[in-house]
Design a protein around this ligand. Structure first.
Ligand SMILES: O=C(O)CCC(=O)C(=O)O
Ligand SMILES: [Mn+2]
Length: 196
């Protein structure tokens, strides 16, 4: 990776703001990954698709201070664990935003994924700031504009931070597609501010 591409940078997007820090947490990433794998009470949630119940293609956990309605289900929070609390403090410091919840996702292999969506639940407010920390296997993150053919692709690697801000969640959707290449485990944390 070139020196240039490891620098934090604002990526220019119509109707959205993205701060991309590919190697920000490189020194902490191995230890955070190992601790989160065992410390977080990972849950298998289910979703209804065309009338049938399926396991979500990932494990997840909603952590923080308030419940959150997500994918049509009300998720009660589990309390902060020490490692997530430490990561949260770092992210608050960088973003200058009081995140009070985080959705953690564990992608066990390349067949685990997340479909197209926006983080636009009403309790996140008008123009939410979402801070996404990635640990473990590098995965491809896709962005598509809702009303034009604009697209972006980012490779979210071990120890990276991606901040989505501005009008992003109104005008863009994002997804983490499946991959057929041999892919190890990945943990993603998306910090959010839930309005009381
Ligand atoms: O795993 C990722 O990078 C994306 C996660 C995501 O979009 C979400 O939790 O809403
Ligand atoms: Mn999302």
């Amino acid at each position: 990776m070139s020196l240039w591409s490891s620098e934090p940078e604002w990526l220019s997007l119509p109707q959205g703001r993205l701060l991309w820090c590919p190697t920000l947490f490189r020194d902490e990433a191995d230890s955070w990954f190992g601790r989160l794998e065992t410390e977080v009470p990972w849950q298998q949630h289910r979703l209804r698709l065309f009338g049938k119940i399926h396991d979500e293609p990932r494990l997840s956990c909603w952590m923080g201070e308030l419940p959150y309605r997500y994918s049509g289900q009300l998720r009660q929070p589990v309390p902060w664990t020490p490692t997530v609390q430490a990561i949260r403090e770092r992210v608050i410091d960088i973003c200058r935003q009081e995140f009070n919840g985080v959705l953690l996702n564990l992608y066990r292999h390349g067949r685990d994924s997340m479909g197209w969506h926006a983080d636009d639940e009403p309790e996140l407010g008008q123009n939410p700031v979402i801070a996404s920390v990635s640990l473990g296997a590098t995965r491809r993150f896709l962005l598509r504009h809702r009303h034009s053919d604009q697209r972006r692709v980012l490779e979210l690697g071990h120890g990276s931070l991606l901040v989505m801000a501005g009008e992003m969640q109104h005008h863009w959707q994002h997804a983490l597609p499946k991959t057929t290449s041999a892919t190890g485990r990945r943990i993603n944390l998306t910090f959010r501010t839930v309005i009381h």
